[in-house]
Design a binder for this molecule. Structure first.
Ligand SMILES: [Zn+2]
Length: 104
């Protein structure tokens, strides 16, 4: 099973199986990236993307529009691999960075 995952256009997009799937200028609800219980996080760029088990997660940088904090994130789930295909997670889902407590 080989789902190709990469970043495109200087980190503007996450590409899965050569389709642009998610990326810069999206608004995500994320926990643990700032002091807000749930950040309104605007993605400004994607630095890396990888699959961990079935979870596709992207390291991103961006800004919480509630408190204004700019940050680089641990990998944040953007989708799942199901039967070798990429399935995006719900756009309104509350996302929790993968392994955020161990991240530098
Ligand atoms: Zn915030």
């Amino acid at each position: 099973m080989a789902l190709s995952l990469r970043t495109l256009d200087d980190g503007a997009w996450v590409s899965a199986a050569d389709e642009r799937r998610t990326g810069a200028s999206e608004l995500w609800h994320v926990t643990g990236v700032c002091e807000c219980p749930i950040a309104e996080f605007v993605v400004e760029g994607v630095t890396d993307v990888a699959v961990d088990g079935r979870t596709v997660a992207a390291e991103t940088y961006g800004r919480c529009i509630t408190c204004g904090r700019s940050t680089t994130t641990a990998p944040i789930p953007v989708g799942r691999v199901i039967d070798g295909r990429y399935e995006p997670i719900d756009r309104d889902a509350i996302r929790r960075p993968v392994g955020s407590s161990a991240s530098a």
